[in-house]
Design a protein around this ligand. Sequence first.
Ligand SMILES: Nc1ccn([C@@H]2O[C@H](COP(=O)(O)OP(=O)(O)OP(=O)(O)O)[C@@H](O)[C@H]2O)c(=O)n1
Ligand SMILES: C[C@](O)(CO)[C@H](O)COP(=O)(O)O
Length: 223
Amino acid sequence: MKKTAVIVAGGKGTRMGTEVPKQFIPIGGKPVLMHTLEVFAQADPDIFLVVVLPKKDFQLWIDLCHKYDFLMPHQLVAGGSSRFQSVKNGLDEIPFADGLVAIHDGVRPFVAKEVISESFDQAKKSGSAIAVMNLKDSLRKVTEDGKSTFQERQDFRLVQTPQTFQITKIKEAFQVEELPKFTDDATVYEHQGWEVTLIPGNPENIKITTFEDLDYAEFLLSR
Ligand SMILES: Nc1ccn([C@@H]2O[C@H](COP(=O)(O)OP(=O)(O)OP(=O)(O)O)[C@@H](O)[C@H]2O)c(=O)n1
Ligand SMILES: C[C@](O)(CO)[C@H](O)COP(=O)(O)O
């Protein structure tokens, strides 16, 4: 079955606060996004790669590809004003009518290649695969009156990407008005009344979001 990955890197990196968006910042000697694309190629060199970037950063990325001699084939697509819109734009440009698509944050360069492979295997069987992690800390729910209540942590999971689906179904799911609850692709899929399947993610698969994450990224690459 044909495999596609839509790598979304169309954000501004507001919380990182750097002039150049975080997906282009070098870690271990090359931009974050190049590490991410390389893991997908390691998982399966035949995966068709769609990369979603802010339109204004196309030339920056092309220049970086020349500078770092980055030759991996990929299709560039312009991002939108939210992650939902960027994913939708990426899905619209997949040149295949069917097959499977893994949707992944460009700023999660430490996804394990085994998680990518498992997400395609599981989505082939059940239609979807969402990478998640168990919680290690205790959990409390806070309320506006300043009180808090204990929560059973085994009832919760932290959600990562990749989130992998049948192309036909996820494209259909994205034909809706964007809602605030659509913080990932699983929520868009479930909005149709379809159930998602969870698979184990990997603990290193952090979303590079704030400055401290860059130090952790350098540490992971130095091991
Ligand atoms: N309009 C957007 C917003 C986000 N993303 C992508 O979605 C992923 C997860 O988003 P996040 O970590 O929130 O990235 P940013 O939106 O760039 O960060 P911030 O919220 O701090 O501005 C990132 O790979 C980001 O580039 C995207 O493709 N298009
Ligand atoms: C998709 C995601 O990475 C799953 O954890 C997350 O929801 C993205 O959130 P953000 O608000 O774009 O940082």
